[in-house]
Design a protein around this ligand. Structure first.
Ligand code: PGA
Length: 266
């Protein structure tokens, strides 16, 4: 399907976290969202189910114009071996994931430091996964120290990449700006589109300073944190971002489908 150049190409990603409870429910949501994704012409839909449900979604995975792509919600910082309970990037790739979410605030809270996040990103990239790395401050202070937090999170990742990883970065790295204070909160907590726009420019600038302008401009930036169908429209339209990373509302196929439709109409 040719992509019309005047249309914006968004990525609408859904992070199911530790939901739903059953494979049967996961299949129902996969089916509904895949139908929506198939009708989208300019929008890539990515779903991050819990790892045990990856293969159930794998048969439905694809690209814009087909169906939803799959993501793993986290990977191990190790390649393989004696790490009980962990899932490697290669295993996720082999089970059908094309994307990985790394450095989500819930993983950072559980102990992922900037160093571990950077190791996980490298594992994901080496396994051929497009990597959505989450960054975001825990609070917005009046002196704008939060900018430094985001900068450090980004530099910890991009500064540790090898030449080969950097060469393919514009295709393989995506940054999701997820301010921790807005994740999992009421939907009026999400920042204003103008604030999101500002942060998106800042993120691209930090990447550009480290890896060059060409790369900085091309790395897609998503927004995540208390996005619902209602606020998603202004964020997509005026937030200066390349898409959304949606938590709770990605399990509601009607509302998540509405976001896909809206993104595809822009
Ligand atoms: P939320 O979660 O949309 O439920 O706030 C977003 C996320 O954690 O990615």
């Amino acid at each position: 399907m040719p992509v019309k150049s005047q249309k914006r190409n968004f990525i609408i990603a859904g992070n199911w976290k530790m939901n739903p409870d059953s494979l049967a429910d996961a299949k129902t949501i996969f089916a509904a969202i895949s139908r929506k994704a198939r009708s989208a012409r300019h929008t890539v839909v990515v779903l991050a189910p819990p790892a045990p449900f990856l293969s159930a979604g794998a048969s439905r995975s694809g690209r814009a114009g087909t169906a939803a792509c799959l993501a793993i919600q986290d990977v191990s910082e190790h390649v393989s071996g004696a790490f009980t309970g962990s899932v490697s990037a290669r295993q996720a790739r082999s089970a059908g994931a094309e994307y990985a979410i790394i450095g989500h605030s819930e993983r950072r809270k559980a102990g992922d430091t900037d160093m571990i996040v950077s190791q996980k990103v490298r594992q994901a990239l080496d396994a051929g996964l497009r990597t959505i790395v989450c960054v975001g401050e825990t609070e917005r202070d009046p002196h704008a120290h939060y900018l430094r937090t985001v900068r450090e999170q980004i530099l910890a990742v991009v500064g540790a990449l090898d030449k080969k990883q950097v060469r393919s970065l514009t295709h393989s790295l995506i940054v999701a700006y997820e301010p921790v204070w807005a994740v999992g909160k009421s939907y009026d907590t999400a920042p204003k589109p103008s604030d999101i726009h500002e942060m998106s420019i800042y993120i691209k600038k930090v990447i550009a300073e480290s890896l060059g302008k060409k790369i900085g401009i091309k790395i897609p930036v998503l927004y995540g944190g208390s996005v619902d169908l209602e606020n998603s429209k202004a964020i997509l339209k005026d937030g200066g971002i390349d898409g959304l990373l949606v938590g709770r509302q990605s399990l509601d196929s009607k509302d998540f489908g509405g976001m896909i439709d809206y993104a595809d109409s822009l």
